[in-house]
Design a protein around this ligand. Structure first.
Ligand code: ZN
Length: 60
């Protein structure tokens, strides 16, 4: 059984991270501040494992 080893080694990680289009905050405080300003929706602040930043997600 022929097996191809495709081990491309890129120096840069080209992963389509889900947070790419999200607004990122550098600190939890900044994210919380923005979340509090949103009056129509309840926003949850969470730390992103991909970019190590903070995002807001609307809590359902
Ligand atoms: Zn992120």
């Amino acid at each position: 059984m022929p097996r191809r080893n495709q081990t491309k080694q890129h120096s840069r990680l080209v992963v389509d991270i889900p947070c790419k289009r999200k607004k990122r905050f550098n600190s939890e405080a900044k994210a919380l501040e923005t979340a509090e300003q949103a009056t129509e929706v309840t926003l949850k602040v969470y730390k992103c494992p991909y970019c190590k930043g903070w995002h807001l997600s609307s809590a359902v």
